[in-house]
Design a protein around this ligand. Structure first.
Ligand SMILES: Nc1ncnc2c1ncn2[C@@H]1O[C@H](COP(=O)(O)OP(=O)(O)O)[C@@H](O)[C@H]1O
Ligand SMILES: [Mg+2]
Length: 145
């Protein structure tokens, strides 16, 4: 099932992220959840992630993990691993940092920007979000499946 949402600004993209977080919370499952975020640079992947964290009732500063590869946030219910694989050139780099340990942790959500760069070592995601630019500067289309 694919849901298509059009957003006109940053806040609407955050709200879509918040909704996905609530959907994950409503699963009431301890199993780890994997979310792939695709879309060009500046599409809104990190913005969407910030919305997800808000949905998990996490209100601290969320910065982009571009330089650290992963940022870890402990929310009231889950540990959130936010990866940005933009700078990864070989998927083996992910094995070296022990990606499997992140992916196998109970009560965790792993959110991955640029998942294609790690495709060879990543499982298929539970949720797949693709954000694309629409004609005007601030319009985006989100496909969530
Ligand atoms: N509809 C929209 N949804 C998300 N971001 C938007 C939108 N319109 C404008 N923006 C801007 O686009 C940028 C998205 O940045 P970011 O979320 O870091 O992108 P990415 O992580 O995909 O590279 C932000 O500066 C944000 O304010
Ligand atoms: Mg980003």
């Amino acid at each position: 099932m694919t849901k298509i949402i059009e957003t006109s600004n940053e806040n609407e993209t955050m709200a879509a992220g918040e909704d996905l977080a609530i959907e994950i919370l409503n699963l009431k499952s301890d199993k780890s959840v994997v979310v792939f975020l695709e879309g060009e640079l500046g599409a809104g992947k990190t913005t969407f992630t910030k919305g997800m964290l808000k949905g998990f009732d996490y209100n601290e500063l969320v910065k982009s993990p571009t330089y650290n590869l992963v940022e870890i946030h402990q929310t009231k219910t889950h540990r959130i691993f936010h990866f940005d694989l933009y700078r990864i050139s070989e998927p083996i780099e992910l094995e070296e940092i022990g990606i499997d340990e992140y992916l196998n942790e109970l009560k965790s959500v792993t959110i991955i920007e640029w998942p294609k760069n790690g495709e060879a070592v990543l499982p298929s995601p539970d949720f797949h979000v693709h954000i694309s630019y629409k004609a005007s500067n601030s319009k985006r289309e989100l496909q969530i499946s």
